[in-house]
Design a protein around this ligand. Sequence first.
Ligand code: ADP
Ligand code: MG
Length: 574
Amino acid sequence: METMKKFVRYYEPYKGVFFLDLVCAAVISFVDLVFPQILRMLTKTLFAESSAKILSGLLPIGAGLFLLYFLQTGCKYYVSYQGHMMGARMERDMRQQLFDHYEKLSFSYYDQNNSGQMMSKLVSDLFDISEFAHHGPENLFISLIKIAGSFVFLFLINWKLAIPLLGLVIVMLIFSYGQNRKMQATFMDNRRKIGDMNSSLQDTLSGIRVVQSFANEEIEREKFEKSNRAFLVSKNANYHCMGNFMSGNLFFQGMMYLMTLVFGGWLIAHRQMEPADLAMYALYIGIFISPIQILVELTEMMQKGLSGFRRFLDVVETEPEIVDAPDAKPIETIKGHVCYEKVSFHYSDDETLVLSDVSFEIPAGRSIALVGPSGSGKTTICSLLPRFYDVTGGKITVDGRDVRKITLESLRSQIGLVQQDVYLFCGSIRENIAYGKPDASLEEIMEAAKKANIHDFIMNLPEGYDTFVGERGTRLSGGQKQRISIARVFLKNPAILILDEATSALDNESERFIQQSLEELAKDRTTITIAHRLSTIRNADEILVVSENGITERGTHEQLLKQGGIYAHYYEMT
Ligand code: ADP
Ligand code: MG
């Protein structure tokens, strides 16, 4: 009920269209309902004595019928066009809301949800919702008017025949509803089986090189054949139910006509009904039966629409974890004094502390390096600074201000991040670099590319800066992508820089090449570097050795070597 109330709110901007849509639906049903009455009038006219009378009666009936059909056509046009558009507009509104919300949700949400499901919410769930939003009320309205209207007429024409008919209808409704539920369950099963089959197929195709190099085609074939067979079994159940449903409905429909004819004939024989009424009866039964099936399908459409809507609500009602505090103020220009004070942290799905009591300070423009085994928490330390996650204890300050009291926008726009894997968006190289500063001029972009050592490479491409990259774009090597991402950060020109294993995915040669650009980038910025090759961090102002027990050693390269601890040990190994 609560869900329904929230759902109705989305009709609010389209009240007018919605109301007109229902009026048109009512008119369409009304015309269908009066048609048998007109036929009756016509029959009476046709039985008049003189042909002149017949003809003079025919004209107004024809004109009236023309007007009715004209009206019905107009209404049908409105319902099919504007009614659907209303659904599409509501879908657009919800999709935009969902997208806006996705952008606000924090890293912790994305840790726990996969993007495939999020996509399906944007596409198929919303489609189900909009189908129901438009067809639901309208079909319900049409069906109810037709069913109620034709029943009233059936009773008025002859109530004795109407009562047993009503009994039959109730049996039919129960039958249809039950069969439809079974059928829908098999439909769901069908969809699951198709999903299984697709993922099996996708898995094999994505790994086809592995499959062939292990000569395991037969194994994959058997796996696929199994899901392919399961699909057939499921289809069998599906069509079996469908056969029951369709033939059952046809049977009841036949029985209704049969009862009308036989019992009606009996009533006529006993002078309790007129023969002309019997014909009308048959017509009204026709009007009466079609909406019953629509109604049965509607319950299903409603279930699908509402459960899609509930999944939609689940997302839009999830509060983003990281938001601006009410008293947050923007920070104009960050100088770059960063301070971690007794910081502790655990990820939300796991109570064990990843960081405890981490403290260090970086004066503006200076650099520190974090080293330690993988999984020790280096990346985690860095992601707390731009508030991808919030600390669970202690605090982090930038220029003396707690990061939780600075607006996210102003904080993040002054922190640059270079990571191991680079994401390039679909678009040109130029657009990808400009991502660091959307209003940058081509000169600025080229300047940044030169600093990142990628300008010459780009100029040698046939389409230069307009070369299309990203998914399905020109293939770039890991090093080239990394240099584009470095150019992006040059353009952003942040006061604080985080280099998280920026070169670890690269071969030795590209690493050396990129190292130069990174050093250039780090100049005069507060920098945190995580590196797996110690040679790249010798010049850091301070080196922190991170282990599962927290920060175990700290000092300059020389000091740490002299100490002869873990760092010295690492250094000897490389
Ligand atoms: P490092 O960068 O030093 O290799 P991380 O900071 O990535 O280490 O990870 C530190 C610990 O936190 C690891 O035990 C890892 O399993 C855990 N961890 C990292 N990211 C997440 C996450 N998004 N959700 C839950 N646990 C995480
Ligand atoms: Mg890491």
